[in-house]
Design a protein around this ligand. Structure first.
Ligand SMILES: Cc1cc2nc3c(=O)[nH]c(=O)nc-3n(C[C@H](O)[C@H](O)[C@H](O)COP(=O)(O)O)c2cc1C
Length: 143
């Protein structure tokens, strides 16, 4: 499959998770393109039309998805697409921002007719290596 990972990352956490997911999917034989948005004006325009599957990643910002990923999802054209989503956050429990951020991303996707079939939350302060490994394995299953 041709897979795109479209993500925002300010301090590198979401980037490092995206890289592990990329490695895992490539090991499973997929072509994976990394698209980091929000770095410069022109880099906020990742075109997902070319992908069979797109994975959106974002840090949590004040119990929400980051404004960068929300803006990005909001400007997408409607498309019959399959997507996975993940968020990274600092606090130890999923209800401390992770769940609500993910829910927002799913709502944005729904509005664009993008079906989110898998998702995950990575807490930076709690068992993160194990959680990242599990998430990457889950995303590689049936992808
Ligand atoms: C302005 C701001 C707000 C944040 N709000 C939350 C929050 O509500 N819950 C949480 O667990 N972490 C919060 N964090 C921590 C980040 O979500 C966490 O460090 C994330 O992994 C950073 O990802 P990045 O390195 O890809 O930018 C916040 C960080 C910043 C800078």
């Amino acid at each position: 499959m041709n897979i795109g990972i479209v993500f925002y990352s300010k301090t590198g956490n979401t980037l490092s998770v995206a890289k592990k997911i990329q490695e895992r999917l490539e090991k499973a034989g997929h072509a994976v393109n990394m698209e980091q948005i929000g770095i410069a004006e022109d880099k906020n325009k990742a075109d997902i039309g070319q992908y069979d599957l797109v994975i959106f990643g974002s840090p949590v910002r004040a119990f929400s998805a980051s404004p960068v990923i929300k803006e990005y999802l909001n400007q997408l054209n409607e498309g019959n697409k399959q997507a996975y989503c993940f968020v990274t956050h600092f606090l130890p429990f999923k209800w401390m921002g992770g769940k609500s951020a993910l829910e927002q991303m799913k709502q944005f996707c729904k509005k664009k007719n993008i079906e989110v079939s898998k998702s995950g939350i990575i807490s930076w302060s709690r068992n993160r290596e194990t959680a990242i490994g599990k998430l990457a394995d889950e995303f590689a299953k049936e992808a």
